[in-house]
Design a binder for this molecule. Structure first.
Ligand SMILES: Cc1ncc(COP(=O)(O)O)c(C=O)c1O
Length: 502
């Protein structure tokens, strides 16, 4: 049965005089005079009408609200590009051990040797997986990693007396790519995709010149395709004297199979909250470590964890936090990064060890399995085969049944699944982007494909009003104005807003 207290506002649950606790005199000298001691102009003569509630009402209200949401722990979450895989609880438990969470950022190095050893090993593993030896753990998110790496590139060009000003981004790239380039002080130009969803080499050639600093490439790209022209891209960009930045958000597809450093990237970021069991959401704090080629290492932000042989015991090591060098772009984050997230990445990598390749193989297998089912009833413009995700299109459904990508995404909630990403990447009309990840069973994938199939068989009108079974329908929809929780909704709002992905 639904928790009614979750669906009523705290103001509606309020009863005059109801309280959580009535504290007696705390026995602290002067405490009873605390209100009297407040400056007169800070005491409202007419206090705001705050809700008056018992503790139980408040707890039930908020716990109930939390159960109305979908999460990876409660539902299949095929949100393309976001890699919402299930994160092992064991990693959470280990990262919460008191010896790790109670460390103070100002603590002396000698007292945190264990933690520094973990961070050093993590740097080493990230370098090995990427094929790029210079690592900084400082950035606090993927986009922050992009910005940091572009600042490194800018410093590099400055150091060789070059004034290159332009960053090229692919038209299928995540919006953070051009945004990071702008923030790092570059101008941006967009390189088109060709009919196969890969980089249009003609367009790349036309836009590359001696003002190009960096080409930002996502490979596999956001269409779930590995760009088979990578050798040619590598040659063109480097012959033009520019650097290749790899947006590593899609590393889940290639771990242990190929390495960005081996296929031409000079700099890259990881998204540990997608790939290495960092927690998702809430705006962070996350982590977006970056890796760079040797010649760029001296520009990395510090501190970086280094290792030296212990002079007193040649069989063991001492770990140091090395301050940024004078060539460095300096710090981009306080202390040495969000260690809580980095510890989870360390545990994830140590757990899989040599088996890491299997993560990507299974992620690619899951996506292809689902693709092979979905393509029978939804168009997939670029995909006979895919990497870790694929992008279907609802254009035909929209024409034939007035059923948009947004309608599909809303209706799938009624079947007990989180929606796929819709309307991204922008290069596919009515995009429905599905990323199942390696942590889902065949049964879940079958059930999801079956649900999507059933929806495409339903009436467009019925699906347009979905979801029908969730507590809240479309918050920006006219019908929501009738809902008890959403009475504040402006009933004149235009239902078509949801189709534009708002
Ligand atoms: C392809 C791609 N690049 C970059 C990012 C930015 O990463 P973050 O959200 O960690 O800033 C994302 C995030 O979804 C992404 O999917």
């Amino acid at each position: 049965m639904r928790n009614q207290q979750a669906t009523q506002l705290l103001f509606e649950l309020s009863r005059p005089g109801r309280r959580a606790h009535r504290l007696g005199n705390p026995g602290v000298p002067g405490a009873e005079d605390a209100v009297a001691a407040l400056p007169r102009n800070m005491i409202a003569s007419d206090p705001p009408p705050l809700p008056e509630l018992a503790e139980g009402d408040v707890v039930r209200h908020f716990v109930g609200l939390s159960t109305l949401n979908m999460s990876v722990d409660t539902h299949f979450y095929p949100l393309g590009s976001c890699t919402m895989k299930y994160n092992p609880k064991r990693n959470e438990r280990i990262a919460s051990l008191p010896g790790l969470v109670d460390v103070h950022p100002m603590q002396d190095e000698s007292q945190i040797q264990g933690l520094l050893e973990m961070m050093f090993d993590l740097q080493t593993m990230l370098a090995e997986i990427s094929g790029l030896p210079g690592v900084s753990l400082q950035p606090a998110a993927g986009a922050h990693g992009e910005l940091t790496a572009l600042l490194v590139a800018a410093k590099y060009f400055q150091s060789i007396g070059s004034d290159r000003k332009v960053v090229l981004t692919a038209d299928s790239a995540h919006g953070t790519n051009p945004a990071s380039a702008q923030m790092a002080g570059f101008q941006t130009k967009t390189v088109k995709s060709n009919g196969n969803g890969m980089v249009d080499l003609e367009d790349l050639r036309a836009k590359l010149d001696d003002n190009t600093a960096v080409f930002m490439l996502t490979n596999p790209n956001t269409l779930g395709l590995f760009d088979s022209q990578i050798e040619e891209i590598n040659r063109l960009v480097h012959d033009a004297g520019a650097l290749i930045y790899l947006d590593g958000a899609n590393m889940n597809a290639i771990l242990g199979i190929t390495r960005p450093g081996d296929f031409g990237a000079d700099l890259m970021h990881y998204n540990p909250h997608k790939t290495f069991s960092g927690p998702h959401g809430g705006g962070g704090p996350g982590a977006g470590p970056i890796c760079v080629r040797d010649f760029l290492s001296k520009f990395l932000p510090g501190p970086i964890v280094t290792r030296a042989t212990d002079e007193k015991d040649s069989g063991s090591y001492i770990y140091h936090l090395e301050s940024p060098s004078e060539d460095s772009i300096a710090r981009v984050r306080s202390f040495f990064g969000n260690t809580g997230v980095l510890i989870r990445a360390y545990i994830y990598l140590r757990t899989y060890g040599d088996g890491l390749r299997r993560v990507s193989e299974d992620a690619v297998l899951s996506a292809n399995y689902l693709l092979s089912k979905v393509k029978h009833f939804l168009d997939v413009p670029h995909g006979e085969r895919c990497m870790h995700e694929f992008v279907a299109s609802a254009t035909r459904l929209k024409k034939e049944k007035k059923m948009s990508a947004m309608d599909l995404a809303k209706r799938i909630l009624d079947y007990g699944f989180h929606a796929p990403t819709v309307y991204f990447p922008l290069v596919v009309d009515e995009a429905v982007m599905v990323e199942p990840t390696e942590t889902e069973s065949k049964q879940t994938l079958d059930a999801f494909a079956e649900a999507l199939f059933r929806i495409t068989d339903e009436s467009g009108e019925f699906v347009h009003d979905a979801p029908h079974t969730t507590r809240i329908s479309r918050p920006d929809d006219v019908s929501a104005a009738r809902h008890p929780i959403l009475r504040w909704t402006d009933s004149s709002s235009d239902s078509s807003a949801s189709d534009s992905g708002q």
